[in-house]
Design a protein around this ligand. Structure first.
Ligand code: NAI
Ligand code: MG
Length: 351
């Protein structure tokens, strides 16, 4: 099969880490006989410098024509004086909305070999952590009615049943391929939108009798994540609660340079990116950890292309490289460490 992938390298470390993901995909291509066609387009600061806008029309066109999008990260101090709509990061919100990417999927996995990076006590995370957060991305309070009226301002948390149903469906499908447990997080004791959320999740759950469903209030969920994170498998939640909980969950694994994410829309079309930003402090030094981006490529193979075996191949290669003691600066405890390119060499060798 041939797959077309739009590449938005972005700013800061973006180009360095995307280049490594492309190297890994080319190695998979060679091994498995698929064909990946890459097309590079601009967004964020790089686009502002070249064309004066953060998201050129052509970028959106190429993304829409492609089967998936890979993104490094955008933004940096160079563009910090720009306001609102003009900011590099605004390009991402526009992309998500224009591409209809309503499901944000963020695995929070603690690699056994890096357990000492976890801020929680050993006994709490013994045996490792493997959680997937499924966050609704195009509704809720970030997109509801809003206004500022003098000394009064409001943002409304609004949800339609169809918005809840489609994200719930995603979560249950993912759960079916994992440990068949979904924890839905809301604030149904207080919010009407959460009561609709809960009712809709219950309705979807009926289609998946094998999956165990649990409902938690968001405040309790935040607490449970640090007290007993191993109880979670798939966490299903709305836009704002998911924004907060996914940052919390990723940080208990201790590793910003290791975690990937996917934003998916209809027909499994998706955009895949590391959870971290453009890390301007280490840009251009061949020092960034490319693993989050390489694992984002693995998510693309699984979620957008249905290439589960190839996706697992990349994940296993990363685990093998880590097991072999190979470390970039951010996760190394020694004076010496591997460069962005060198760790990728090890991962490709392990494929
Ligand atoms: P950041 O994630 O870029 O950096 C936070 C810290 O983590 C820095 O010390 C950085 O060196 C380190 N770090 C991040 N990724 C790393 C990697 N792969 N390997 C090794 N170390 C890594 O967050 P920060 O500093 O808040 O934001 C920098 C810029 O990135 C800002 O302009 C921000 O708006 C933008 N940003 C963009 C995102 C995106 O494009 N999706 C997401 C988050 C931030
Ligand atoms: Mg956030």
């Amino acid at each position: 099969m041939e797959y077309k992938i739009a590449l938005i390298k972005g700013d800061g470390i973006g180009p360095e880490i995307i280049d490594q993901a492309v190297r890994v995909l080319k190695a998979v291509e060679e091994k498995c006989g698929h064909s990946f066609k890459f097309e590079e387009v601009l967004a964020g600061g790089a686009a502002i410098d070249a064309e004066g806008v953060n998201l050129p029309d052509r970028t959106l066109e190429v993304c829409k024509e492609s089967d998936a999008v890979m993104l490094g990260a955008v933004g940096g101090p160079k563009w910090d004086d720009l306001k609102g709509e003009l900011r590099p990061e605004k390009a991402l919100l526009t992309l998500r909305r224009e591409l209809g990417l309503y499901a944000n999927i963020r695995p929070a996995v603690m690699f056994e070999e890096l357990a000492d990076a976890c801020p929680l006590k050993d006994e709490i995370v013994e045996g490792g952590l493997d959680i997937v957060i499924v966050r609704e991305l195009t509704g809720g309070i970030y997109f509801g009615k809003r206004a500022t009226e003098g000394s009064h301002a409001y943002d409304c948390m609004e949800y339609w049943e169809y918005e809840v149903a489609r994200i719930a469906e995603r979560a249950f499908e993912i759960a079916m391929k994992r440990n068949k447990k979904v924890t839905s997080v809301d604030k149904a004791n207080v919010l009407d939108s959460s009561r609709l959320w809960r009712k809709t999740v219950e309705k979807t759950a009926k289609k998946y009798p094998e999956v165990e469903v649990e409902h938690l209030y968001v405040d309790n969920a935040a607490m449970q994540l640090v007290v007993n994170p191993k109880q979670f498998d798939v966490i299903l939640t709305g836009n704002m609660f998911g924004d907060i909980l996914s940052d919390e969950a990723s940080m208990i694994t201790g590793s910003i340079g290791l975690l990937p994410s996917a934003s998916i829309g209809e027909q499994n079309y998706g955009m895949f990116e590391p959870i971290h930003g453009s890390a301007p402090d280490i840009a251009g030094q061949n020092k960034a950890n490319p693993i989050a981006t390489i694992l984002s490529a693995a998510m693309m193979l699984k979620y957008s292309f249905g290439l589960e075996a190839e996706s697992a191949m990349i994940e296993n290669a990363v685990k093998k490289a880590l097991k072999g003691g190979h470390r970039t600066a951010d996760i190394s405890k020694e004076e010496s460490y591997l460069s962005t390119v060198e760790i990728t060499d090890r991962i490709i060798a392990a494929l």
